[in-house]
Design a protein around this ligand. Structure first.
Ligand code: VG1
Ligand code: CO
Length: 544
């Protein structure tokens, strides 16, 4: 094998964000751009001939080109073997599953998740380690540092691999296995959930609609929902992955999955259960007939009922949630007598807790839910756990939600996103908030009294590392809260996220409309942060 050394110069903007490096496709298409980043990863992780690398992506535009590049570079950098999903496809949770199951040293996941795809849209690269999870901060920082000094990348002379044919080939002496992207993950699901009980419920009339949003989950959903569980054909909608996701945002929220939502709110047409997943298959939207379940509530309800699924029958070791996620899960953890952890935004912070056996279920308000079965959030896993619970309880989503709130109280919750703000303006807003923090306690806004306010900082209980500046929290007396942070996944300007949460205790007003219950908090958030004044925006672009 002859290794070819390409001279290069650094790019200064390759700092991984909340979930890997995300940029516009055209940015990635600059000469050396993807190569520099991939080489920086390989320089940091130092492969040897015993090492296996998993490669796959969500099928978006540019996926196949970067996969061919990455395979040649893996060969030049000393990997012994590459596993790549057929068609270049691997959902993020399936990639995590494959890394773990096949003892790989890590994987490259090519995705910009819920961001749109196509020649003028977004692309991304993320490195996951041997546990199947996103590289922790010390590794992403080492990768970034390497991108700033890189002066060459390595490749080999080799033809493209036929990604569409399952089988084994060699590339400059390295083994490349093109694998079925669905089978390992689907088998794992079958080991966790009572497929027989779900099949019986389906035979008894349980119906559902799943919107794959023309993204990566189509083949996975067809396999488990229609083939293995017996849901009618047509249950999976938009099930063929497309390079541009059909021109839509593959973001399973009430804005971008509106067709599904409207169906679920139609008293005549709605099936019993509705769900959707995002570009790379790690997020989930859960909608019952006539009822949207917020991701924070879904985490809490799944935790309270997980023991009904065989894979969790022994109980949960702990629950972990990201800081902006509502405290609904904390109440369940308290009820179960298990610990609850509060981490910064991003799945990479759950890895240590899962590896150490301190948490079994994890979740984020951004529609990410998962467990220790892999080291990523897993959209269809959440759907299957819900189905297992529905089959075991024989009750509707609305009944389960009502009973849950009656027992634990209800955390009314919403997130307001202000997208593509000028970065400088967003920075000024956050700086002003930080400066105001010391004086906030004791002040009242819209009738709400501030009890405490801080900038969230996390100390990992496993390795002792700390991550500061993870969002500004304003806590009001009575358990309500507003959190402000800037997104770390956008590719255009800045996105301000405002997270609003109001707790209503047992016996309180548990069946109200969310906007009504949050009106005071929304006004308080505006007074505290001066969003209109700083950004010129008077309303959020997206409410989830
Ligand atoms: C967002 C979400 C965060 C999630 C991340 C990656 O990050 O808020 O909860 O982990 O996306 O999700 P940010 O920094 O934009 O708020 V995914 O589905 O893109 O892998
Ligand atoms: Co995603």
């Amino acid at each position: 094998m002859t290794v070819i050394t390409h001279p290069t110069t650094p790019f200064t903007d390759q700092k991984p964000g909340t979930s890997g490096l995300r940029k516009k496709v055209r940015h990635f298409q600059q000469p050396n751009y993807a190569e520099n980043f991939i080489q920086a990863v390989f320089d940091v992780v130092q492969a040897d001939p015993s090492a296996t690398l998993v490669i796959g992506g969500d099928g978006r535009f540019h996926n196949r080109a970067v996969i061919q590049t990455a395979i040649r570079m893996a060969a030049a950098n000393g990997y012994g073997r590459v596993l790549v999903g057929q068609g270049g496809i691997l959902s993020t949770p399936a990639a995590s599953c494959v890394i773990r199951k096949h003892g790989a040293s890590g994987g490259l996941i090519l995705s910009a998740s819920h961001n749109p795809g196509g020649p003028d849209e977004d692309f991304g690269i993320k490195y996951n380690g041997a546990n199947g999870g996103p590289a922790p901060e010390n590794v992403t920082e080492a990768i970034f540092a390497r991108t700033l000094e890189i002066d060459r990348w390595l490749t080999v002379e080799a033809a493209d691999v036929d990604l569409d044919s399952i089988g084994t080939v060699t590339v400059a002496g390295m083994t490349v296995d093109v694998i079925d992207p669905v089978a390992d993950w689907a088998d794992l699901m079958e080991s966790l959930f009572d497929f027989a009980a779900i099949r019986a419920a389906v035979a008894d009339g349980l119906t559902m609609a799943f919107d794959a949003m023309h993204a990566v989950t189509g083949p996975y959903a067809h396999e488990v929902l229609e083939r293995r569980l017996g849901f009618a054909s047509g249950t999976v909608r938009n099930g063929v992955p497309l390079e541009d996701f059909g021109g839509h945002h593959p973001d399973p929220n009430l804005v971008h999955a509106k067709v599904l939502y409207d169906l679920m709110m139609d008293p005549e047409m709605a099936p019993a259960f509705g769900a959707a997943s995002d570009g790379d298959g790690d997020r989930n939207l859960i909608v019952g007939k006539g009822i949207f379940v917020t991701p924070s509530d879904s985490l809490a309800m799944l935790a309270a009922n997980a023991h009904l699924a065989p894979g969790y029958a022994a109980g949960l070791k702990g629950i972990a949630r990201s800081m902006p996620t509502s405290a609904a899960a904390d109440r369940v953890a308290h009820g179960l007598g298990i610990p609850c952890f509060e981490t910064p935004t991003g799945w990479k912070f759950f890895g240590n807790l899962l590896d150490a056996g301190m948490a079994t279920l994890c979740g984020e308000e951004s529609a990410g839910t998962g467990s220790d079965h892999v080291r990523e959030k897993d959209g269809l896993w959440a759907v299957l756990l819900w189905l297992n619970i529905l089959a075991a309880r024989g009750e509707s989503v609305a009944e389960i939600a009502r009973q849950h709130w009656a027992r634990f109280g209800r955390n009314y919750y919403a997130r307001h996103d202000y997208e593509a703000i000028e970065s400088a303006r967003a920075d000024v807003l956050m700086a002003a908030l930080m400066a105001a923090l010391p004086g906030l306690a004791g002040q009242s806004y819209s009738g709400l009294e501030v009890e405490a306010a801080d900038s969230f900082s996390y100390r990992d209980p496993v390795d002792g590392s700390t991550s500061a500046n993870q969002g500004v929290r304003v806590l009001f007396t009575g358990g309500s809260r507003v959190v402000f942070r800037l997104s770390g996944t956008g590719t255009e300007g800045a996105t301000l996220r405002v997270y609003l949460e109001r707790y209503e205790p047992v016996g309180g007003n548990l069946a109200a409309e969310t906007p009504h219950m949050l009106a005071d908090l929304i006004a308080a958030a505006e007074s505290i942060a001066g969003i209109a004044q700083h950004t010129g925006r008077t309303a959020p672009d997206v409410v989830t």
